[in-house]
Design a protein around this ligand. Sequence first.
Ligand SMILES: Nc1ncnc2c1ncn2[C@@H]1O[C@H](COP(=O)(O)OP(=O)(O)OP(=O)(O)O)[C@@H](O)[C@H]1O
Ligand SMILES: [Mg+2]
Length: 342
Amino acid sequence: MSFGSTLEDRGYFHLHSRRVADHADDASDNKVGVIGIVGMGGMGKTTFAQVVYNDKDVREHFNLTTWVCVSEDFDPFGVTKTILDGVTSSTSNIEDLNELQLQLKEKLNGNKFLLILDDVWNKNNNDWEILSDPFKSGAQGSRIIVTTHDDEVASVMRTFATHPVKKLPVQERWSLFARHAFHDANSNAHLELQEFGQKIVEKCQGLPLVIKTIGGPLQFKLDVCEWEKVLSRELWELSNNETKNILPALRLSYRYLPLDLKPCLAYCSILLKDHAFKKEQLILLWMAEGLLHAMENKTMEQIGDDYFYTLISRSLFQRSSEDESCIVMHDLINDLANFCIR
Ligand SMILES: Nc1ncnc2c1ncn2[C@@H]1O[C@H](COP(=O)(O)OP(=O)(O)OP(=O)(O)O)[C@@H](O)[C@H]1O
Ligand SMILES: [Mg+2]
């Protein structure tokens, strides 16, 4: 379980994933059942689905497993093709939806499968009917786990169980923050900051993504004045129309980014939308765009390296769960970077 084992709050996940896993294990149900994981952006739905997907005990119950990142542009052809490619571990050249569906039906036939549809937005009943047709050939106890922001999506997909992802429990919030804001997670070395830190954590409203992205930059500013500034009201105001999709708290992480790194992050908002990149590729692209600033005693590659690891340490990049050598950008951070360059 590579992703789960790197997660800071395994206890929390283990406890909660059991509930979804129990449904996924439930072989007495003879339908291909859909389970919804529902919650707002940055709550941890994908992370949660990954823990369930990678759970050895859960996987034992299925002959075929695959994961599809669906996102906003729902396209039955593309999703069906990704599922087929996933379950056959190959790349098909089929260009017709009907033919794809026939092949998928054949592959699923009699097999107990586990399919994760991550980040579904589409509420069109007809699209879901089309997509789900081949799933009916799966064996008893097959499961589809859907992550979505929207309860309505879950009901269109006729989930038999819905698991709302809750805010991080209060006791977990501080430890997650401390791991990002203090070196070695040691908040005792900075007692003067603890009170401000607690207040900052309160304002993050239990959203792990916000706690991480606020905490990360603060490790470079272990100073009471700076932490007080972070608490200042305007930075936490509710979003207005123009910024409605950007969590106000996340804007802080951009504000605190060293000047040289801002264009690099902004550039990545175009590049990293739904793509994973290797460090070396990214550094070459930054170089080609003239985004790295020469420094004495350092090669361009070393400067790119520094930028890269700074963006990871601030949780603006995250390592891909499929390939640890690649990084991806969370969609909310992507929105943030796009917003900031406008
Ligand atoms: N319990 C947790 N402990 C520590 N970090 C967490 C936890 N849950 C989520 N995270 C981190 O928070 C970030 C957001 O999580 P995730 O991508 O799973 O959210 P999401 O609900 O799928 O968001 P979206 O709706 O935008 O897709 C990730 O960086 C993830 O590693
Ligand atoms: Mg997600």
